[in-house]
Ligand binder design. Sequence first.
Ligand SMILES: CCCCCCCCCCCCCC(=O)CSCCNC(=O)CCNC(=O)[C@H](O)C(C)(C)COP(=O)(O)OP(=O)(O)OC[C@H]1O[C@@H](n2cnc3c(N)ncnc32)[C@H](O)[C@@H]1OP(=O)(O)O
Ligand SMILES: CCOC(=O)c1cnc2ccc(OC)cc2c1SCCC#N
Length: 389
Amino acid sequence: KRHKFWETQPVGQFKDLGDTSLPEGPIELPTPLSEVKQEPYNLPAPYEWITCDIDSEEMCTEVYNLLMNNYVEDDENMFRFNYSKEFLRWALRPPGYFKSWHIGVRVKTSKKLVAFITGVPARIRVCDEVVTMAEINFLCVHKKLRSKRLAPVMIKEVTRRVHLENIWQAAYTAGVVLPTPIATCQYWHRSLNPKKLIDVGFSRLGARMTMSRTIKLYKLPESTATPGFRKMELRDVPAVTRLLRNYLSQFIVAPDFDENDVEHWILPTENVIESYLVESPETHEITDFCSFYILPSSILGNQNYSILKAAYSYYNIATKTPLLQLMNDALIVAKRNDFDVFNALDVMQNESFLKELKFGPGDGKLHYYLYNYRIRRALKPSELGLVLL
Ligand SMILES: CCCCCCCCCCCCCC(=O)CSCCNC(=O)CCNC(=O)[C@H](O)C(C)(C)COP(=O)(O)OP(=O)(O)OC[C@H]1O[C@@H](n2cnc3c(N)ncnc32)[C@H](O)[C@@H]1OP(=O)(O)O
Ligand SMILES: CCOC(=O)c1cnc2ccc(OC)cc2c1SCCC#N
């Protein structure tokens, strides 16, 4: 398969696969800032760049609508991600973010937003090296402008703006295979509302299974099982940061979170992210932690339902409570908050609970990528400690 654009980029190339003589680390060295292209890349005549001020209600609504109508769909076009405006504000304004990395393309005449791509800064550890990278996300070209080679221009422009901040690496995920994944992960799904999932056509009634038997199979208790299980609060940030840094040190690729990062990425935000912890009733020590982010999807072409309420497993740490019990408590909370499904990737130690908690494997894969950073061999999902949104 010819990758006319990606073959020009400093990423692992398929032709290099198996060549273990190539050194681990940056593929290209930084260029002096004076030599970084100062002006934006050229767009086709009718279009212009716009830096999207996500704080502006009007601009945020335009971005929300573009993504709601044109962002990622599953292979059977059953669902399309429907990131909320408050989720976008959370995802795009972490500590140290750059407004210039929130990049839109609009039609000069109508001012209509027709494409989008974003970056946010993140410190990512790869093996023993902490590298400041851009996490690239929300690449979207309007359905009517597809297959016009707009994506490469969007990617080169965000790369240029990242370079201007003296950052030379990036991390991103995609459902498509590009040169060259550092890991390939699988989605797993735990039904919370099996009747709705069957009605929309995602799940099917098992053989010799009635609907009431299926509902019973996925039933969860009303209340959580772990003593001391409670919502995370601001005062817990130092303890959760310690827990998280220690836990993530076991993975080959993982974020290098400090307290500032934890306060932004992990503290509960209504309608965006939920995080819970276990405070030992005896010692008041914080021993365990679980979190999930809230990402609804539009249900395409169903008469009875229009929105799927989905929870996505984020970071989970069990040092005293069995991970199985902690995650079952997460399912109980998600069900109590009326989620239809709890999704998880097979990253970190998730494989240890997926089958037992009645997750089923999805048919979608998620490929992880690094830009301008080579690693010796592809990672197993269990060697990955990074969840992108
Ligand atoms: C140092 C900093 C560096 C920062 C940058 C790092 C890199 C960041 C990279 C971005 C990370 C984003 C992460 C992220 O957002 C999460 S993955 C979600 C991507 N978005 C969607 O799937 C939304 C629906 N689809 C679309 O909007 C369009 O189909 C898109 C815009 C996807 C492609 O638009 P199109 O109209 O369908 O296609 P053309 O314009 O004609 O272009 C075709 C070329 O684009 C390559 N392509 C297709 N999908 C891609 C994808 N998901 N990543 C990278 N490349 C992708 C494709 O291989 C081909 O190149 P090739 O000929 O070489 O094969
Ligand atoms: C019911 C299980 O599937 C999903 O939750 C879901 C929802 N919306 C999507 C939108 C785009 C989409 O494009 C790949 C997939 C989904 C999926 S399955 C993969 C995500 C997970 N877990």
